[in-house]
Design a protein around this ligand. Structure first.
Ligand code: GTP
Length: 221
């Protein structure tokens, strides 16, 4: 099986939307509180051999290293679970760090949905080239009775942002949707890297051709 380079994924969204719960669900297949909360997130991940924690400087944020088999390829991911209340400078640093982004909102919190578009703008402002790989996740779908954001609204916003959309629950995780969202983001990052690699190769071939043409013109004149 081919081994691929590391993919860096950052999870963004308003405080309380369930970013940590989604990351823990993805890494451990368990809900964040299915373990002794006094032991904390660290222990959940450390107790599980599929996810290991890389310490970060800010105690509010966490980075995890994880390997998964995606489309018959071993992909190593570094996942940054950002703190929901970062300032702009911290956010920009995380945007520069990441290759791909999960933007999360809570379907029971319209305010969190309204924060998605500004987050997307930040990605587009900071990242070069634009068209940043990202997925949109509407979390807490188990709380349908207190829903404030319709599924079609999420779908529409994702279409505007040209990205995949998942409505899911870190709590229930029906159909493995949480893992599917992370895996799709990895695929998207790899697709974009492949396209950029080709474009770079094409442009260097063009430069070589131009140099040869210049030389030939000089020689023949
Ligand atoms: N019902 C339900 N509750 C959830 C779900 N995901 C997270 N929660 C709860 O929502 C609260 C916030 O979850 P966190 O994972 O800490 O949210 P966060 O986005 O990481 O929050 P910050 O670290 O403050 O930015 C916790 O009480 C979770 O138990 C979900 O899918 N369904």
């Amino acid at each position: 099986m081919a081994k691929s380079p590391e993919v860096k994924l950052a999870v963004f969204g308003r405080a309380g939307v369930g970013k940590s719960a989604l990351v823990v669900r993805f890494l451990t297949r368990r809900f964040i509180w299915e373990y002794d909360p006094t032991l904390g997130l660290w222990s959940t991940v450390l107790l599980n051999p599929r996810g290991s924690k890389v310490p970060t400087l800010d105690p509010q944020e966490s980075t995890y290293r994880h390997q998964a088999n995606i489309d018959d390829e071993v992909v190593t991911m570094e996942i940054l679970d950002t703190a929901g209340q970062e300032d702009v400078q911290q956010k920009e640093g995380h945007v520069r760090w990441g290759d791909g982004f999960v933007i999360v909102y809570d379907i029971t919190d319209r305010g969190s949905f309204e924060e998605v578009a500004p987050l997307r703008s930040l990605l587009e402002d900071v990242k070069r080239p634009k068209n940043v790989p990202l997925v949109l996740v509407g979390n807490k779908s188990d709380l349908d009775h207190v829903r404030q954001v319709g599924t079609e609204e999420g779908e529409r916003l994702a279409a505007e942002m040209a990205c995949a959309f998942y409505e899911c629950s870190a709590c229930a995780n029906e159909g493995g949707t949480v893992a599917e969202a992370f895996h799709e983001l990895c695929r998207e990052v790899r697709r974009r890297k492949a396209v950029q690699g080709k474009a770079r190769r094409r442009s260097s071939t063009t430069h070589v051709k131009q140099a040869i043409n210049k030389m030939l013109t000089k020689i023949s004149s």
